[in-house]
Design a protein around this ligand. Structure first.
Ligand SMILES: [Cu+2]
Length: 150
């Protein structure tokens, strides 16, 4: 009898979390994502993800990673240029202050999609789960685009 009393609220909480994710919000963290696109290079080269984050909440949001069924691995990268040479390196996390917008854009921050597991082409959608430091996740649909369009 006692176990039933405890099970019911847990199931309810799970259902609510699912609703919040499908609505495009991480609960407790009002992060909105817009203009998400995945630039696809030919062959086995990694893809690059660009988007804008808007933290509409009143606490700092910390993006710590992402995952998708379409690629083996996703890393947060930052591009830089030294002596005319383009470099990029992986970042542990990106912080977005309350009320701030943060742009993942060409020649700056991007998600690096490594090891393609599925075939897709321009115009397709790729579902990506953004992960935050408080274990919240945000499901985002990326449009597959040509690098030339950026
Ligand atoms: Cu990169």
């Amino acid at each position: 009898m006692v176990s039933h009393l405890f099970q019911a609220p847990r199931l309810l909480a799970g259902g609510m979390l699912l609703m919040l994710i499908t609505a495009g919000h991480a609960s407790g963290q009002d992060v909105q994502v817009s203009n998400a696109r995945l630039s696809l290079l030919p062959g086995e080269q990694p893809g690059a993800g660009y988007f804008q984050l808007h933290n509409t909440g009143d606490e700092t949001a910390v993006l710590v990673g992402a995952q998708t069924e379409a690629f083996e691995d996703v890393e947060i990268h930052m591009s830089s240029e030294e002596n005319g040479m383009a470099h990029m390196h992986a970042m542990e996390q990106v912080e977005i202050e309350a009320g701030e917008r943060f742009e993942f854009a060409p020649k700056g921050h991007h998600l690096m999609f490594i090891g393609r597991l599925k075939t897709f082409s321009e115009g397709d959608d790729v579902e990506v789960m953004l992960e935050f430091d408080d274990a919240q996740q945000l499901s985002v649909t990326f449009d597959v685009v040509s690098p030339v369009s950026l």
